[in-house]
Design a protein around this ligand. Structure first.
Ligand SMILES: [Zn+2]
Length: 317
């Protein structure tokens, strides 16, 4: 059986695992992410790889795939900009190749790796045209068309969180304003709940209780819990965000016409509470809605495993 090591580099941790050809993860290790030091980061990844290889016979592992936060160039070698990693123009693949000399190494953007995993082994399996949207603190994405991951000419396609859904709208960390992630992300959900608690504390009673009366302590976890209990205030927050999500998906469908959208990230932990109003909003906004076939909208299945699984599988190709 061909085994591959998948590595998922995030802003706080480096997670690595041994992945089989069916996408199942065996042994896993996790290390804290060193920030602002490409050599130290390559050391950590190489240590994780060595640790996982030590428990397998020589030759059992055939490649190493790395999915990393940040922009990765079209040659899949350089982390052009890794804001959360504190890296700019970092020749990461070369650093890793010097440490892991006897295995092929592939470097990919983490959202692309996760999208690839969902399209191959998760909620999008069986579909050739899949758009994955990750609703986390921000909004990330990955596009698979005709069974191929779409990287764009310079390697940074599918930054769906930063397409401008509202001209001159809310300021975004990317330097623009009105980006989709300012309306459709976990941060937007929390902002909605804080707004409700300030302007209509009676409707936010359950949310405030879960946060022990401190508005700032109302976070995604509290909102999801209250919504799952059927709390009207929390459901209102989800419906507001879901409306924006569905609107954005409708615009993506106008351009890409996928067979299915896969929605992941922390906000999707609420399941149908999010997805049902997203489907309604999508159906209300998509162009040609009276006649076209509507893309399926599904919840991601692989959760935090997607980065490792996708990176590992990409390393095999
Ligand atoms: Zn932006």
């Amino acid at each position: 059986m061909r085994l591959t090591i998948g590595v998922d580099i995030g802003g706080t941790k480096v997670a690595a695992g041994v992945v089989g050809p069916d996408g199942a993860i065996g042994e896993r290790v996790t290390y804290p992410t060193p920030i602002g030091d490409g050599e130290a980061l390559a050391d950590v990844v190489a240590r994780a790889v060595a640790e996982l290889r030590a428990h397998h016979p020589a030759g059992a592992i055939s490649a190493v795939g790395v999915g990393t936060a940040g922009f990765v160039d079209e040659a899949r070698a350089t982390i052009v900009l890794g804001a959360n990693l504190g890296l700019v123009e970092d020749p990461f693949k070369e650093r890793l190749r010097r440490r892991v000399t006897d295995l092929p190494v592939v470097v990919e953007n983490d959202a692309n790796a996760a999208a690839w995993a969902e399209a191959r082994f998760g909620a999008g399996r069986g579909c050739g045209h899949v758009v994955c949207v990750t609703l986390g603190t921000g909004v990330g994405g990955g596009i698979v068309m005709d069974g191929e991951l779409q990287r764009g000419r310079f390697g940074v396609a599918a930054e769906v969180g930063h397409y401008r859904i509202v001209p001159y709208g809310r300021r975004c960390g990317c330097g623009n304003a009105g980006c989709w992630e300012q309306y459709a992300s976990g941060r937007a959900l929390v902002a909605e709940a804080h707004d409700l608690a300030r302007t209509d504390p009676r409707r936010a009673e359950r949310l405030l209780k879960l946060a022990e009366g401190d508005i700032e302590r109302i976070q995604g976890r509290e909102i999801t819990q209250a919504a799952l209990e059927g709390d009207e205030g929390a459901l209102h927050c989800f419906r507001t965000v879901a409306d924006w999500v569905g609107m954005g998906l409708a615009d993506l469908a106008a351009i890409l016409d996928p067979e299915c959208f896969v929605i992941g990230g922390g906000v999707s932990d609420a399941g149908d509470i999010l997805i049902e109003p997203v489907r309604e909003s999508f159906a209300r906004h998509v162009t040609g809605r009276a006649t076209r076939r509507l893309a399926d909208i599904r919840v991601a299945e692989l959760g935090s495993r997607a980065g490792i699984v996708g990176a590992a599988d990409l390393a095999l190709r």
